[in-house]
Write a protein that binds this ligand. Sequence first.
Ligand SMILES: [Ca+2]
Ligand SMILES: [Ca+2]
Ligand SMILES: [Ca+2]
Length: 249
Amino acid sequence: MKRVSVLLSSACLSLMTVMPALAQTQRTNLAPIPTYEVHRAKIAPRIDGKLDDAAWQATKPVTFVFPWTDQTGKKQKTVARLTWDSENLYVAYACEDSDITAVYTQHDDPTYKDDAVEIFIAPPGIKNLYLGLEMNARAVLYDYLYPFPQRIIKNYNLPGVRLAVSRQGTLNNSSDQDHGWNLEVSIPWRAFADLTDNPVPKIGDRWIANMNRWDGTEPNRRLSQWSDSGMVKPDPHYPDRFGRLLFVE
Ligand SMILES: [Ca+2]
Ligand SMILES: [Ca+2]
Ligand SMILES: [Ca+2]
């Protein structure tokens, strides 16, 4: 936690002054927080953007929901799957998409402004501090540490993350009809070594996480999520509403 402590002491405001305002930004009658059983992969998926690996066939799909009904544009389906082994967490996203758009090409660019998928994640026992990975349809990664609800620490980089995309359609050409894109990412457990002394999950451990997708370009953009953040305005960040990842054999 040393590296994290130094980062936080330079970046933080008082939680006490910020939290009451945030509580008022939540909608009511939210769905229960979901739990996903993450089954261990017998053979790790190959990170090539193609979701034909045996490891993915054995996983349960989750379909993202669209919590913000006033957002415009087509509500296109996203299905995510997770698996793990002693080295990595693996996440696959299958995105239906009739127009694939992404312009950012450099690490830590604001990929969330493109067609992008995300995962926010933290190991057990940590409150309001998580890692974020936001990945566009060109397989560009924006990674950070977020001491919620203060300031995203963009200069924080996760070692050893690998990602790849496959596209069924053309990139940045709105004159034709696309079909979709897939993204595959592996996140090594050692990337969590600043947050926990035991970054490799044990059977039965529960981590918190959420997965999101941004689709479309302004002013027609949609945010969909695994677990509805409950925010009044479209905003994926609210760790109290993250889902639970239960690690099983
Ligand atoms: Ca693959
Ligand atoms: Ca799109
Ligand atoms: Ca970064």
